[in-house]
Write a protein that binds this ligand. Structure first.
Ligand code: F6P
Length: 469
């Protein structure tokens, strides 16, 4: 039981369309690519890597053959990490956990901790520092005491410039404030153990190159989640994701939620030409879901070449954006209802509330349903400025409750949905070369900064350097 449902009924989709999309999926070999991923084949061809984030939620001892050993290593690391998490939870001296990472090393943990952590239970505060902007770190450090703080340095590569700069600054602050026991107050979450050791961290939880950054919350990168939820909660989250893996692998396409949604996404993007999708989670705990999905979908599928590097003649990932409802209603929904561009909306709701304030849940859910209804039905008889064209598409995703298990299933559902659209588009969804150029140029500009060396720079960039230095 997934505890997750989808209502497609406000999309321009008939049974015939779905049947044609199923044929498209077959022609593109989506199920074959899926099976190759779950068989441990190196489907990340540009980086020659397997794609096995799903293995992180596979039950212990459940695989034989080549994958038995990696699965055993997954569980050894998981057990060690969860034991450490329990130790931290039981330690009243640690009141503040500062998680430092960016992109996939930040967004997943931030989403889940934000959705499920109850400070009243752990007595801990969680802080997430991702940006190289010193304002972010300075604001967090301001309220901390070294003897009560645990820094988690989260970086798959342990080379990412922002995270390394924040980690160095945090350590300098720690020492300056009289902190002494670095081994107790710093832990590294990384696949590059030697770099963590060089940094001087002795407590390290590792993972493998076959876990992509944006798929890594199930690995050691999820340590803050484990501290926030405890061992049982973390295992429930893995179980929920594993249930979705099984659903994705076993259900025929017409009942397979990630398949159907991935195909819907292609239908809306390529056949209707919609350039963006609005994400509206109607649950404040899911406030970071739009940001998480931005990386998941846009970093995975924002590509213009196929697996062989040949230019594509069709569009791929849409722009994802959004805010929690009902806030979005008082900001950008004007455009969504009456603007000149149609934006397919995705409403994500949770049926059961976990508070007992009377009236709120009914108001929240009624608003979500009403927005979708207004988009669909419009209003044609009010005249001029008050007319709504209607016939605007939306999809409704609901969870029965926001529990670790359900959230695990929801996130895995999005992972697989992105996989499906990427497979239809024929791209490698697991590399991200598009982020590299800017990183290289930033390093070059930082070197030029103090001497204002503009040699060989384009005139526009040189002009900005003169303005800003
Ligand atoms: O720059 C993009 C990226 O490589 C993401 O794919 C990744 O999630 C993020 O940076 C952080 O990388 P790392 O975990 O290696 O610090």
């Amino acid at each position: 039981m997934l505890g997750l449902g989808v209502d497609f009924s406000k999309n321009p989709l008939t049974a015939d369309t779905e049947a044609l999309l199923h044929t498209l999926a077959e022609q593109c070999g989506v199920a074959l690519w899926r099976d190759a991923m779950f068989a441990g084949q190196a489907i990340n061809t540009t980086e020659q890597r397997q794609v096995m984030h799903w293995l992180l939620r596979q039950p212990a001892g459940s695989l034989s053959g080549d994958l038995a050993k990696p699965l055993q290593q997954v569980h050894e690391t998981l057990d060690a990490m969860l034991a450490y998490a329990e130790q931290v939870r039981a330690d009243p001296q640690i009141t503040d956990v500062v998680h430092m990472g960016i992109g996939g090393s930040d967004l997943g943990p931030q989403l889940v901790v934000g959705a499920l952590h109850q400070p009243a239970v752990t007595g801990k505060r969680f802080h997430f520092v991702s940006n190289v902007d010193g304002h972010e770190l300075a604001a967090v450090l301001q309220g901390l005491k070294p003897q009560h703080t645990l820094f988690l340095i989260a970086s798959k590569t342990f080379t990412t410039a922002e995270t390394m700069m924040n980690a160095h600054s945090a350590r300098e602050w720690f020492v300056r404030q009289g902190g002494t026991d670095t081994a107790r107050h710093f832990a590294a979450l990384t696949s590059n153990r030697s770099a963590a050791a060089d940094f001087g961290i002795s407590t390290t939880f590792g993972f493998w190159d076959w876990v992509g950054g944006r798929y890594s919350l199930w690995s050691a990168i999820g340590l803050p989640i484990a501290i926030a939820l405890g061992e049982a909660g973390f295992r429930q989250m893995l179980a929920g994701a594993h249930a979705m893996d099984r659903h994705f692998c076993s259900q025929p396409v017409q009942n397979n939620l990630p398949m159907r949604l991935g195909l819907l996404d292609v239908w809306m993007r390529n056949f209707h030409g919609h350039q963006s999708r609005g994400i509206a989670p109607y649950h404040s705990g899911l406030r970071r879901l739009p940001a998480f999905l931005q990386q998941l979908e846009m970093e995975s599928n924002g590509k213009s070449v196929d697996r062989q590097g040949q230019s594509l003649s069709y569009a791929t990932a849409p722009v994802l954006w959004g805010e929690p409802g009902t806030n979005g209603q008082h900001a950008f929904f004007q455009m969504v209802h009456q603007g000149g561009t149609v934006v397919p909306m995705e409403f994500i709701v949770v049926r059961q509330a976990q508070h007992d304030l009377p009236g709120h849940q009914k108001a929240l859910l009624a608003n979500a349903v009403a927005q979708a209804q207004a988009l669909l039905m419009g209003q044609s008889d009010a005249g001029g400025h008050r007319n709504f064209s209607g016939n605007r598409p939306s999809t409704f995703v609901w969870l029965d409750a926001l529990t670790p298990e359900r959230l695990g299933a929801l996130i895995a559902f999005y992972e697989h949905r992105v996989f499906v659209s990427g497979a239809i588009w024929g791209i490698n969804s697991f590399d991200q070369y598009g982020v590299e150029l800017g990183k290289t140029l930033a390093l070059d500009l930082a070197k030029r900064w103090d001497s204002l060396d503009v040699k060989d720079l384009d005139a526009s960039t040189a002009g900005l350097l003169r303005q800003l230095t």
